[in-house]
Design a protein around this ligand. Structure first.
Ligand code: AMP
Length: 607
């Protein structure tokens, strides 16, 4: 594998916008290209290519076998080999690569802002030495390329502590004190501090003489993000990104507040102060989203019910609603534990009356379940996501009532059955399933397992906007109670279950991924019943023999491939929801461009 840093067409960590400006300045002729490093994902590159006066960007991803490819295309040892190939073969690109856009002479590829190449090199050497001690043998640049992510993380850890903006462990009060020693505070002055919890950080940013604290979430893959913002491998990458553009912050990070101990006196006892509200931070509430990079067709953030109008639950736990605040009307549906009614709820603060769904729980029918239900409601209250039906609160009467956001159009399978081949296209269905993947990726990040994902538990709010429902109920009332143990045929949602759920009662995110595959199948079949007419034992035999549900007529083969990945017999071979989401986003983009489509061409195509 060749060292990309030696290639003059490699520009390092430059932004997409910067790449476009460079292509423009250099005439934007067909086949003019450069390669850059993605500023958020260590180890991923982007090929920026001009064609027909337009700039296109292809993400070059490193796959688990250590090789790189553009999407699911041909794999290469490294980006240098990939570029060499596309000089002679177009192979999926809009044009062959013709003219490399070279860096200026004596200019190194762009690194992190504020970090010199010498510092970076020293840190990389240290990282490679750690890899060697873990048993890696080979050329240093190969180690750096192959284990780019690990190297970047070690490099980040080495370098971040030496950065002027990194203040180590510091309370919020002390951080403000330090910043206030630099009055008048220029907009964009910032520092990064470690919070009390291990590995948890905050960016403190000055704007209009006030210090705002943006907390950095850390996900299961150790990626850092400012709530629903982009994800980064290291603090260095966070600072680098937000120095280049504000991307949701009040202003970009400009001037580091230096970490010079002599300048600051420690505060003996830190008192608690209120965190100022961050204006415009509404969008930071959501952790996983469809993403700004998707075509408008897939964007649903303007749909009713996307933003929560209920502020009662969330951090405070389950909100108890007084019975007088709720009135109920018609029945919306009925489930295993009672009926669901249309209700009206007066919002406590504004007294505004809004429609809600009220689930009446016949707790008396299920002995000792009251506490269990309340505990589960507590879990649900901790979930706040546009694609998960939000719990508004609980009425602790008898029957107990769970008050939830309403989804007027009801369960997805019934919604689709009514519209098959008429009012909804397969691409619109795909968009709904993209939203389900977003909701599930959010649950995955929160380490929650749904256990009952199926089209019947996806509710449509509008024809283009849906939410996952019944979260938690399967856990509260699921395993170990009559619903799942019932001998009554059809009660146990076996057709949605991964083999290990059936054999070992083992449920985890990967078993949810299996169920997602079945739900995707239901959706693209416009609400058909999976394994229709087959008995449980027959289905199990079929799965063991490697047989799976067939590709629905309205499903492009590429999407079916994703489904079958979700149905890998061994859970370890199934993708995570994060990967499902990534792949589905790429498929949706291609479908939107008309690059992929179902074999059945008689289906209506609005796009
Ligand atoms: P469940 O008991 O959750 O399976 O719900 C039974 C039925 O009630 C569903 O199939 C829907 O038709 C309806 N339903 C449940 N929750 C809601 C909601 N939040 N909004 C609208 N209808 C709902």
């Amino acid at each position: 594998m060749k060292d990309i840093n030696l290639e003059q067409w490699f520009h390092g960590r430059i932004l997409r916008e910067e790449a476009e400006a460079l292509l423009q300045r250099n005439g934007c002729g067909d086949g003019l290209f450069l390669v850059r490093e993605m500023t958020n994902l260590a180890g991923d590159y982007a090929l920026s290519l001009a064609f027909g006066g337009i700039k296109y960007h292809y993400q070059i991803t490193r796959h688990s076998d250590g090789r790189v490819a553009i999407e699911e295309g041909q794999r290469f040892e490294g980006p240098v080999e990939l570029v060499a190939h596309h000089f002679t073969a177009q192979d999926g690109l809009l044009t062959k690569l013709r003219r490399p856009l070279l860096r200026e002479r004596n200019v190194e590829p762009m690194g992190y802002k504020g970090v010199t190449h010498a510092e970076m090199e020293a840190a990389r050497r240290q990282a490679v030495a750690s890899l060697a001690s873990m048993g890696f043998r080979g050329e240093p640049h190969e180690a750096i390329a192959k284990f780019r992510r690990q190297v970047e993380q070690i490099v980040g850890a080495v370098i971040q502590t030496k950065q002027p903006w990194f203040h180590g462990k510091l309370t919020r009060v002390d951080a403000e004190k330090r910043m206030n020693q630099h009055l008048p505070l220029k907009d964009g002055c910032f520092l990064v501090r470690e919070r009390d919890q291990q590995g948890s950080y905050a960016v403190c940013l000055a704007h209009r003489q006030t210090v705002f604290h943006y907390l950095l979430d850390i996900d299961v893959d150790s990626l850092l993000s400012i709530s629903n913002g982009r994800k980064f491998d290291t603090l260095l990458a966070v600072v680098d990104h937000y120095s280049r553009k504000p991307d949701g912050l009040l202003c970009p990070l400009t001037d580091p507040i230096p970490n010079d101990e002599q300048l600051y006196e420690p505060t003996p006892v830190a008192s608690k102060v209120a965190l100022p509200d961050v204006p415009g931070s509404g969008r930071h509430k959501v952790v996983v989203s469809i993403g700004d990079d998707m075509p408008d067709f897939f964007r649903v953030d303007k749909e009713p019910g996307f933003q929560s109008i209920f502020s009662e639950s969330s951090d405070q736990g389950v909100f108890e609603i007084t019975p007088s605040a709720i009135s109920t009307e018609d029945q919306l549906g009925s489930g295993n534990f009672g009926s669901v009614l249309l209700g009206t709820y007066s919002l406590p603060r504004t007294r505004k009356r809004v429609q809600v769904a009220v689930k009446m729980l016949k707790v008396d029918d299920v002995p000792n379940q009251r506490d269990e239900i309340l505990r589960e409601a507590q879990t649900m209250a901790g979930l706040d996501h546009p694609h998960i039906v939000r719990l508004v609160g609980v009425v602790k009467s008898n029957p107990m009532m769970l008050v939830m956001e309403i989804a007027h159009l009801g369960p997805l399978h019934k919604f689709l059955r009514k519209r098959k081949n008429r009012e909804i296209t397969w691409l619109e269905v795909l968009s709904l399933m993209l939203q389900v993947a977003v909701g599930m990726a959010y649950l995955e990040e929160k380490r929650f397992v749904h256990r009952d994902l199926a089209a019947r538990n996806v509710l449509c709010v509008t024809p283009r906007f849906c939410k996952i429902s019944d979260f938690g109920m399967s856990r509260a009332l699921g395993l170990g109670n009559d619903y799942y143990r019932a001998e009554v045929a059809g009660r146990w949602p076996l057709k949605w279950y991964a083999p290990e759920c059936i054999y070992f009662f083992k449920f985890d995110t990967k078993s949810d991924v299996w169920s997602y595959g079945v739900t995707l199948w239901e959706a693209l079949s416009f609400g058909d019943k999976p394994y229709f007419g087959r008995k449980g034992t027959e289905i199990l035999r079929m799965l063991e023999d490697g047989e799976r549900l067939d590709c629905p007529a309205a499903c492009p083969p590429e999407v079916y491939q994703l489904m079958t990945k979700c149905w890998s017999f061994e859970s370890i071979n199934r993708p995570s929801f994060k990967q499902v989401l990534r792949e589905l986003k790429s498929l949706c983009k291609r479908a939107h461009k008309g690059e992929i489509r179902p074999a059945d061409l008689y289906l209506p195509m609005r796009h």
